[in-house]
Ligand binder design. Structure first.
Ligand SMILES: Nc1ncnc2c1ncn2[C@@H]1O[C@H](COP(=O)(O)OP(=O)(O)OP(=O)(O)O)[C@@H](O)[C@H]1O
Ligand SMILES: [Mg+2]
Length: 229
């Protein structure tokens, strides 16, 4: 995908001069020191950086789970930082899909219900797309199982299916395969990338794998609290 000629207004997600610090017993520590990052619709970007550099912090801000100290987060031109609690809840429901290392499946729902849960909340339940996801994620035989009856890799595939079932404009994935062995993790990520493309979702993926990052449209680093190419 080429971004040549695209203006910031055409961006799906636009982070401008984002600053974020945490308070600790030793005082405040500034983690993000002026992050600028734009994602176009359906673009996939790999985010790398040392442990503790602030990658998860950045994803939490973009996902509306936390607020920056300063800076502007625009999603389709809408100022996410200016939303009140219910606005942010709606944002999380409709605009973003999160895939984190902790799969956060709902224990009391079986696989089928876990997968359709967010899509229904977002008002985007589509039975054909869901069937395709179940098929491509190889979950057909597991639909009536509960999360505790699944392996880590199976839970991860359910988590990906659940996120993509809602076709969110933006998928934020934080080292989603960190708990899996390398071969399984690679296969699951390949699948996630391919399914994000089918869903038309943009993807911001934290990964340390150069091989996986190479499959995405672009790779950026978080270093010294800023995004560097
Ligand atoms: N709630 C918090 N309170 C205080 N400090 C925090 C908090 N959350 C994160 N930090 C600190 O902020 C820094 C960035 O954390 P973050 O989790 O964003 O890093 P990361 O790049 O995702 O690291 P990793 O690759 O290990 O997951 C770390 O130094 C961490 O200790
Ligand atoms: Mg992290």
């Amino acid at each position: 995908m080429t971004l040549a000629g695209a203006t910031r207004n055409e961006m799906l997600l636009s982070l401008s001069n984002i600053v974020k610090s945490y308070q600790t017993a030793e005082g405040g520590i500034e983690i993000l020191r002026g992050v600028d990052l734009d994602l176009a619709a359906a673009e996939s970007v790999a985010l790398a950086g040392e442990s503790g550099s602030g990658k998860s912090t950045l994803l939490h801000l973009a996902g509306g789970l936390d607020r920056p100290d300063s800076g502007i987060i625009l999603m389709n031109g809408q100022d996410v930082g200016a939303l009140d609690d219910s606005g942010r809840a709606r944002y999380r429901r409709r605009e973003v899909g999160l895939v984190f290392q902790q799969f956060n499946l709902i224990p009391s729902l079986n696989v089928a219900a876990n997968i359709s849960f967010h899509a229904k909340l977002a008002g985007r339940f589509d039975v054909d797309w869901e069937r395709e996801l179940v098929d491509r994620l190889g979950l057909g035989d597991l639909l009536t199982r509960y999360p505790e009856q699944l392996s880590g890799g199976q839970q991860q595939r359910v988590a990906i299916g659940r996120t993509l079932a809602a076709r969110p404009p933006l998928v934020l994935a934080d080292e989603p395969t960190g708990n899996l062995d390398e071969a399984t993790g690679d296969a699951v990520l390949d699948l996630m990338l391919s399914l994000s493309r089918s869903a038309g979702s943009a993807l911001l993926l934290v990964t340390h794998s150069t091989r996986l990052a190479g499959k995405l449209d672009r790779k950026v680093f978080l270093r010294g609290g800023k995004i560097v190419p």
